[in-house]
Design a binder for this molecule. Structure first.
Ligand code: 13P
Ligand code: SF4
Length: 305
């Protein structure tokens, strides 16, 4: 414990010396969330990254989050504590398929969930996160929507926008996709009064059971404002830290087993301290790619307003 405290002090000192800012996603380890300047969902982190005057952004999240921060702030140094912390779903689409779809439909928007590589973002028209996808897709003039890479989030949005014709891609988040309806129903049978809070990366049949569907921030806000005292949570368990912090009198149950993202959990205090000291794990992207990926990211920020 004292090690963690010492590391936190060293991190705080280095952060000041270097005019660095630490941003963390709700899925990273509790102790990293505790020392971060900002903790939030993917949308909040992307937006905050455009508002900082720090020289260095240390993004405690998976690689695509660091890339998003870099694309939005090409002149800043963006570090992530572990380059190997990569989201498999970020690679589950191809630019070849995007080209094919563009060729087939003239009235199509390529909508890219931010959980994607910079290459995929660059080939898309607009980015979205789970917090703003519905709003943004509903504002697009095109009738056809090619939504990459997450099929589950795509189905969740498509169901609410019957006027749009979706072309689905077969990507998925292995953490959310593995939350089964069977496990959720067993938990619900034990806690019948607890509202079920579901992230839209879950399978449609799990989403259909939800009392609330939303991003990690949305889930936290809903639980905090609700008068219920117990909740069933279908997302990565890192979110429990903020849920419990804001709601010490409420109880949160995981919907099923294994709601842990192994890549988010690669980030440790040791690695965070190391990267702040050595600055040796920096996100770098070719200039042209950054320019091309920036347009759909900025379009997201504009349409989300
Ligand atoms: P958000 O709620 O931040 O969109 O989280 C989804 C996610 O899987 C991030 O890796
Ligand atoms: Fe990727 Fe899923 Fe992990 Fe998020 S929780 S980083 S989408 S694997």
């Amino acid at each position: 414990m004292s090690d963690v405290r010492e590391m936190a002090e060293d991190i705080g000192r280095l952060k000041k010396e270097k005019n660095a800012i630490i941003m963390a996603h709700y899925y990273v380890a509790d102790e990293i969330q505790d020392i971060a300047d900002f903790v939030g969902d993917s949308f909040f982190l992307a937006k905050k990254a455009t508002e900082t005057d720090a020289d260095i952004i240390v993004l405690c999240g998976v690689r695509f989050m660091g890339e998003s921060a870099k694309v939005l702030n090409p002149t800043k140094k963006v570090l992530i504590p572990d380059m190997a912390a990569d989201c498999p779903m970020a690679h589950m689409a191809t630019t070849d398929r995007i080209d094919e779809v563009r060729e087939k439909y003239d009235d199509v928007a390529v909508v890219c969930y931010v959980n994607s590589t910079a290459d995929l973002k660059a080939a898309s028209d607009v980015c979205v996160t789970s917090a703003n996808a519905l709003k943004i897709v509903s504002r697009l003039p095109q009738r056809h929507i090619y939504f990459i890479p997450d099929q589950n989030l795509a189905h969740y949005i498509a169901d609410q926008l019957p006027e749009k014709e979706f072309i689905f891609n077969d990507g998925f988040c292995h953490v959310h996709n593995s939350i089964s309806l069977d496990a959720l129903r067993k938990t619900r049978a034990l806690k019948p009064d607890a509202p079920v809070l579901v992230h839209p990366e879950c399978k449609p049949e799990v989403v259909a059971e939800a009392d609330y569907v939303g991003s990690t921030s949305g889930i936290i806000k809903y639980a905090t404002e609700s008068s219920a005292k117990e909740f069933i949570v279908a997302t990565e368990l890192g979110v429990m830290h903020e849920l419990k912090k804001r709601n010490p009198d409420k109880v949160f149950y995981p919907a099923g087993p294994m709601q842990i993202c192994p890549n988010m959990k690669k980030l440790t205090m040791e690695k965070l301290l190391h990267v702040l000291k050595e600055e040796d794990s920096e996100i770098t992207l070719p200039e042209k790619l950054m320019r091309e990926a920036k347009t759909p990211m900025e379009e997201m920020l504009r349409l989300a307003k």
